[in-house]
Design a protein around this ligand. Structure first.
Ligand SMILES: C[S@@+](CC[C@H](N)C(=O)[O-])C[C@H]1O[C@@H](n2cnc3c(N)ncnc32)[C@H](O)[C@@H]1O
Ligand code: SF4
Length: 382
């Protein structure tokens, strides 16, 4: 079993906040999201989130918050007043880096007059807009609550409210989708000049409607053609796939997601949130919050449903699973900084993978071929 050479250097700290409600459940989605019945209990959720934070303050250890991601569910269902009060509460308990990236996920079907301006006033400085497709038939198959016009309007409204840094979520490999239709989605998205694009291939997840009644998906040849043409188009428009589904303009990667993939620390608040923190004595803890919104709201005391140490022997694989997702990888020093382990327990595997031209020399970074065989490559670190 590897031994710790040092405790992990105090990694940058992010904050994830989960909002578990949606207007209705999309048939492909396995996130912790629940169709809302009646009014959302905003006041009670705000109180619960701040109580939840109080319990986790010892994890902060004087660090400023470098990024916040408010994900869901549909965080844009909550009013801007909710976020104003939430950030007041957060700022009373935490310090934020002066240039902290603060992102909120927005569904175009929840656009209300003045809401995006209110989000900005609350301190949110980045939006991630869930469009999925601009094609009417695909929006219908995906059970989305908005049409293409509403998606365009949401993006324009976000820009008019001052969100120059924004992401658009699109999915590809949709039922009956042609490469031309997938390209057209990308074209329409890029017409709005986003700084970032999350371009996910649709996957069929257990416990979803699509899993019980699978739609007809494109075959592998067509999936490859959709990906090939789309990737070529995005590269020609100055977007870099710094991770398999994450495309950005130069230097505009999602700093929040980069921190996950660089094995940084993150606090988690809200129903079903997952966190990971280095405790300062060599331990690294992962923990998760009560998942059901009702139970989360009504819980007295800690809302942590479970936690476990990331043991020394698990750390090499955990680190590699994250860092090797990044096309540009990470420096070797980061391994020791974040895991507290010397490089020696993985030196043999790194050398072997370099000889097979799956990793580049001198860094923890895949070659193009290594990226293609990422799963079998990772098995080396089991
Ligand atoms: C939590 S949702 C985003 C925000 C908001 N709830 C919405 O849907 O507009 C995160 C993103 O994950 C992607 N996603 C969800 N389920 C997926 C699946 N089965 N396959 C591929 N991408 C998926 C979608 O692009 C979605 O926008
Ligand atoms: S994709 Fe978004 S809107 Fe649809 S159910 Fe999942 S979290 Fe909710």
């Amino acid at each position: 079993m590897p031994s710790a050479s040092a405790v992990p250097v105090c990694p940058p700290l992010s904050l994830y906040i989960h909002v578990p409600w949606c207007v209705r459940k999309c048939p492909y989605c396995d996130f912790n999201s629940h169709a809302v019945r009646g009014d959302i209990p905003e006041d009670a959720y705000l109180t619960a989130l701040l109580e939840d934070l109080e319990q986790d303050l010892s994890f902060v250890r004087g660090r400023p918050i470098e990024s916040v991601f408010i994900g869901g569910g549909t965080p844009s269902l909550m009013s801007s007043g909710f976020y104003q009060r939430l950030f007041e509460g957060l700022r009373q308990r935490l310090s934020f880096a002066p240039d902290a990236e603060i992102t909120l996920e927005a569904n175009p079907g929840t656009l209300e007059e003045g809401r995006y301006e209110g989000f900005r006033q609350a301190g949110i400085n980045r939006l991630s807009i869930g469009v999925q497709s601009f094609h009417p038939a695909h929006l219908k198959t995906l059970g989305r609550i908005h049409d293409a016009t509403a998606a365009h309007r949401a993006i324009e409204t976000a820009k008019a409210a001052g969100f120059s840094n924004f992401n658009i979520d699109l999915m590809h490999g949709l039922p009956d989708q042609t490469p031309e239709q997938a390209l057209d989605d990308l074209r329409q998205a890029l017409d709005h000049q986003p700084t970032h694009l999350s371009w996910y291939q649709l996957t069929i997840e257990p416990n979803t409607e699509f899993f019980s009644r699978p739609p007809d998906l494109p075959d592998d040849d067509r999936l490859w053609e959709i990906y090939r043409q789309g990737a070529e188009y995005l590269r020609a428009h100055n977007f870099d796939d710094y991770e398999v589904s994450a495309w950005s303009r130069p230097n505009l990667e999602s700093r929040h997601n980069l921190n996950y993939w660089q094995f940084g620390d993150y606090l988690a608040l809200g129903a079903g949130g997952h966190g990971k923190v280095s405790l300062g004595d060599g331990r690294i803890l992962r923990y998760w919050k009560t998942r059901q919104p009702e139970a989360y709201l009504n819980r007295i005391g800690s809302r942590t449903a479970g936690s476990e140490d990331i043991e020394l022997k698990e750390r090499p694989l955990e680190f590699m699973m994250n860092a090797l997702r990044l096309k540009h990888g990470v420096g070797e020093d980061l391994f020791t900084e974040r895991t507290g382990l010397p490089l020696s327990p993985v030196a043999v595997q790194l050398e072997q993978l370099r000889k097979q031209h799956l990793l580049v020399p001198g860094r923890i970074q895949t070659t193009e071929q290594g990226q293609r065989y990422l799963n079998s490559l990772l098995e080396q670190f089991l």
